[in-house]
Design a protein. Structure first.
Length: 655
């Protein structure tokens, strides 16, 4: 995950209402788009030079601003070999309008073109690089018969060197996925023995060859290998090397696993391996695979980012060996904390400059070091926090609340505090099981070293609450506390007894003694998987010396009341909100009582940076008043900065 071994900085840019910028040399950061949850790799082609491929990627966008297809010109390799691309340029015209779900862009003889497979046809369109445009209509359309009703999950096309013929490989679902009803309905997802009650899909391959000159099928489509090549299939790529040592198909699935299917012996399916003889795997989900150049390298994209897998060696009789994945980068980018980023601002390495500790949907815990100052920050790329030299990645695996399909997610929600009072910063973390972890620091303030995660216990049992919640943590006097959403989704506070044991203190309440809940109960309540998810954060926001409470929510939340709370009631009117609530402490730190929440706005207006997750943390970046500003992690993985002078409060309950 390291982007550079040496960090070159340029001046920090803090723009209120915008994501924090990458401040490495020329703003190098993972290739991403602001407010884009998913960016898919459509292919690689030699366009601007003949030695390294340029890329074609698509972007979705919460606000629709970035939706489209983009060309990314290769610029250089970083010191560690990271490929760095120029800022994406939007393609002006495509024959498939905005339907980018299944397109392959590659070299076709002396040209560059795009393929798509749909409706029993293989279609091709030419690319005009001078106009940054594809032909308005498909120049080639070839009908084919697969002889099967199995739905196509993914596909790939590989063209011969002259551009005359194309092998087309179809990854198909050979067994229908069946998802059981949720626990809110009649059936449970898992039975009493912990076995999944649904059925996972399996994938198989078909291949055929078409003649691009005559528009005919040269080799009819036939099944390749068995019907269970990959569980939960999601991606396929044809890979081959000029010497023939590698000639086959790489198949991937929703949780990042990849297998190699030799073309000469398609029953000899093996997992891809890395140079340490471990199974090579995407760090997160896998949604798209494409060949990168002609040497057997792969590019992959998923929910998280884009990666390149370099071929280390190929054995014709076994699986190819790949180097560890590298993140594909761009210039002029923004900091990327992983989708559903949950940041906490804190001076992690005690050098006097506040850093960022971040969790994300992939289950990682990342450290963004501040190479500048707190007033004028300059951030490097996110580095994984480690235990005994191995990155910490927290995932539920097979037993996950939404089923094994989500086993590649972790939804880590870290809070940082000196939990044991020994002068070093520890981590208290919620994640996707509805449990909470303590990760203790046994290093020094300037050189943190993390212990293995331990589950926090209460009254001899695991402390359970709503899932995907970041606990609010604080020290009051000599004691440390954590507040969570409990099993009823009410805010509940606990006091540390020992590192992994807490004592129940009781509910957090409003000024009138009413509990603070986060769910809806008026007949429109979301399913169990949509509930929870709140990001709690204690901080003295108003500067009066006591702890207030900031809560980041989804649009589904209803706080502090079950029927007409925020942001749900307001969202129904506007369809837009920042989804960050401010609860002022009207009691004391020893006796916490809160006023009715206010909804944060930006310069008196509602802003939508994502409905799925907003995670606030106070910061002193650029602070001129001595009072904190705010950053908010969002579902696209950005860290939005808000200067407090631009933050206004909507007093919804007094309208």
């Amino acid at each position: 995950m390291t982007l550079f071994s040496q960090i070159l900085l340029f001046s920090s840019l803090l723009v209120s209402g915008s994501p924090l910028k990458a401040t490495q040399s020329e703003g190098v950061a993972p290739l991403r788009f602001e407010l884009s949850n998913v960016s898919n790799m459509m292919g690689a082609a030699y366009v601007s030079n003949s030695e390294v491929c340029d890329l074609f990627v698509t972007a979705s966008s919460i606000d629709g601003k970035h939706k489209g297809l983009y060309w990314c010109a290769f610029e250089e390799f970083g010191p560690d070999g990271t490929p760095i691309y120029a800022a994406p340029e939007k393609i002006s015209q495509t024959p498939w309008a905005e339907k980018f779900g299944a397109v392959k862009i590659c070299n076709v003889g002396t040209k560059v073109g795009a393929f798509t497979v749909s409706g029993g046809k293989i279609k091709y369109a030419d690319y005009d690089h001078a106009k940054r445009s594809f032909s308005a209509d498909y120049t080639t359309s070839i009908s084919y018969d697969r002889g099967s009703e199995w739905p196509i999950v993914a596909w790939d096309v590989v063209v011969d060197s002259k551009g005359h013929t194309a092998e087309v490989v179809l990854l198909c679902s050979s067994r229908q996925e069946i998802i059981p009803k949720s626990e809110d309905k009649s059936d449970a997802i898992y039975n009493s023995g912990g076995l999944y009650m649904g059925q996972l899909s399996a994938g198989t391959l078909f291949r055929g060859v078409v003649d691009l000159r005559s528009g005919s099928v040269e080799e009819p489509f036939v099944q390749v290998g068995e019907e269970n090549i990959m569980v939960m299939p999601s991606a396929v790529a044809c890979v081959r090397t000029p010497d023939g040592a590698l000639d086959g198909y790489v198949v991937g699935n929703k949780v990042g696993a990849m297998k190699y299917v030799p073309r000469s012996n398609p029953t000899a399916v093996t997992y891809l391996a890395n140079e340490s003889a471990d199974v090579a795997k995407m760090s997160h989900t896998l949604g798209r695979l494409r060949a990168y150049g002609g040497g057997g390298d792969l590019i992959a994209s998923g929910e998280g980012s884009h990666y390149i897998f370099r071929l280390a060696k190929a054995d014709k009789m076994g699986a190819p060996t790949y180097k560890d994945a590298q993140i594909i980068c761009m210039k002029g980018g923004v900091l990327y904390g992983g989708n559903l980023s949950v940041p906490t601002v804190v001076d992690w390495d005690a050098d006097g400059a506040d850093d960022i500790i971040c969790g994300n949907a992939g289950g990682w815990l990342l450290f963004f070091k501040n190479y500048g100052t707190t007033a004028s920050p300059a951030f490097g790329g996110g580095e994984p926090l480690c235990h005994n030299g191995k990155p910490l990645c927290i995932r539920a695996g097979y037993y996950e609340l939404q089923g094994p399909q989500e086993s590649g997610w972790g939804y880590t929600c870290p809070a940082v505090i000196d939990w044991d009072g020994n002068g070093t910063l520890d981590i208290i973390c919620g994640y996707n099981e509805g449990k909470f972890l303590c990760i203790m620091n046994y290093g020094t303030p300037t050189q943190p070293k993390l212990d293995a995660p331990r589950i926090i216990m209460c009254d001899g049992m695991e402390l359970y609450g709503a899932w995907r919640v970041r606990p609010a943590v604080c020290r009051i006097g000599a004691d440390a506390y954590m507040a969570i959403m409990d099993e009823r989704e009410a805010l509940h506070i606990y006091r540390r007894s020992s590192d992994a044991v807490v004592a129940d203190v009781g509910l957090l309440t409003l000024y009138n003694g009413m509990s603070i809940t986060g769910y809806r109960a008026n007949g429109t309540a979301p399913t169990f998987s949509e509930r929870g998810r709140e990001k709690l954060h204690f901080a003295d926001w108003d500067g009066d010396g006591d702890l207030d409470l900031l809560v980041g929510t989804t649009k589904q939340a209803s706080m502090p009341f079950v029927d007409n709370g925020l942001p749900w009631s307001y969202w129904q009117q506007t369809k837009k909100a920042l989804n960050v609530l401010y609860f002022e402490n009207v009691g004391t730190d020893s006796k916490l009582f809160f006023a009715l929440p206010k909804l944060l706005q930006f310069k008196g207006e509602d802003v939508n940076i994502g409905t799925h997750s907003n995670a606030p943390s106070v910061c002193y970046f650029g602070s001129e008043s001595g009072l904190p500003n705010l950053i908010v992690g969002n579902q696209s993985g950005n860290f939005y900065f808000f200067d407090r002078k631009d933050i206004t409060m909507l007093n919804y309950f007094q309208q």
